[in-house]
Design a protein around this ligand. Structure first.
Ligand code: GN1
Ligand code: MG
Length: 361
């Protein structure tokens, strides 16, 4: 990690107003490095190093973000609170682009949203608002005139994720396939693989569209004001064409879990139906303007798919020797895998109840 002076020099490539007082870590993302830049001026800023080992085409990534935020800004024109409802990135002083690079690292700066909070857990009331907001977010982007690309190609493609797991198992780079527990988890996952690859089949058959989705709708990627209203969706790196299952499923993966995604107490993992119902109600209310019957009827499938896909991704990373996700201790990815697998089973057992609820909307 860079020292304070180096970080300051990076921040100064952007048109920051006021003097920089401090730069300190912010949030708990698993991919990028995120810092808060405090100034003596009107605004504070968020400085981020974009992980370009994972996001290989930063220019495309920022193109997506620039187009999407500009489009949302046009839709919100006239709203006095617009700057708290859509992110604002500063142009680099030299290039005019919304990022700066020294050819090795990629950095960007956005204006820090004032008096806003993120949460790692939410109650049903907040979940309903989140559902409405993500539905509106997708609806706002439905008519974007620009072409957006996939910042990580096939990011939420379950067939690819399953293949990557098989490759990890075959290569056994970290020698972890000898662990009995690794074998047990693999036997638990494999029987569901075909069923979980349903979306890719529907897409090939022309039954399922791709739309511009957020693709990282973790509950802590929404900002709320002091009164609990959703202000703004953040963390737009994975904004790209995908199935609506991405945004629906990934929110519930984090919000409907009774514990955090890396809690080792897997006997405490459960899938909360009250959160599901509240979120689904809000989402369908605002997304009904574009949702097709196939998309709607498969929302319960999405709620199962995302814990499953995340289990596969954490597990493949563990087998590969922890090269993708930031970890805090050696077994971290294994603990995450167990947790997500338990969540998958809990959600799967509640599929009939979820289906009945969706039919009632
Ligand atoms: C990563 O950056 P962060 O922590 O919001 C990951 C998501 C996973 C999530 C699991 C680009 O998101 O897909 O669901 O971790 N992002 C990428 O916590 O892989
Ligand atoms: Mg995040």
């Amino acid at each position: 990690m860079k020292n304070a002076e180096q970080l300051k020099q990076i921040a100064l490539h952007f048109d920051i107003q006021g003097n920089i007082l401090s730069i300190k870590p912010l949030g708990n993302g698993l991919i990028n490095d995120t810092l808060l830049v405090e100034t003596d001026g009107e605004d504070n800023y968020v400085l981020q190093r974009i992980n370009n080992a994972i996001f290989k085409d930063v220019d495309l990534l920022q193109h997506n973000i620039d187009c999407a935020t500009a489009h949302i800004r046009r839709k919100l024109a006239g709203d006095p609170d617009i700057n708290r409802k859509v992110l604002r990135f500063l142009p680099c002083k030299e290039s005019g682009k919304s990022y700066w690079t020294d050819g090795q690292e990629y950095w960007r700066v956005s204006v820090f949203i004032k008096n806003a909070h993120t949460y790692d857990t939410v109650n049903p009331e907040y979940s309903y608002c989140c559902g409405k907001t993500f539905g509106q977010f997708e609806a706002m982007l439905a008519d974007i005139p620009d072409t957006l690309g996939e910042t990580i190609p096939d990011f939420h493609n379950m067939e690819l994720r399953a293949r990557q797991l098989r490759e990890a198992v075959a290569a056994d780079k970290a020698g972890r396939m000898a662990e009995q527990e690794v074998q047990d988890i693999l036997s638990d996952l494999l029987p569901f693989e075909e069923e979980m690859c349903k979306a890719e089949r529907l897409y090939r058959e022309g039954e399922l569209p791709k739309r511009i989705c957020h693709c990282d709708t973790k509950v802590n990627n929404m900002m709320f004001d002091d009164d609990g209203n959703v202000l703004c969706v953040i963390d737009l790196d994975t904004l790209m064409p995908s199935f609506v299952f991405s945004d629906f499923g990934d929110f519930l993966r984090t919000a409907a879990n009774t514990v955090a995604e890396d809690d080792p107490a897997i006997d405490k993992v459960d899938f909360r139906m009250d959160i599901f119902e509240a979120f689904a109600k809000g989402y369908v209310e605002s997304a009904k303007v574009f949702l097709t019957p196939i998309e709607k009827e498969n929302l319960p499938f999405a709620a199962c798919l995302f814990p499953y896909m995340q289990a596969v991704r954490f597990f493949a990373d563990y087998i590969n020797g922890d090269t993708y996700y930031k970890i805090k201790y050696p077994e971290h990815n294994l603990v995450r895998t167990r947790n997500q697998l338990a969540l998958f089973h809990a959600a799967y057992s509640k599929m009939p109840a979820m289906k009945a609820f969706i039919d009632s909307l």
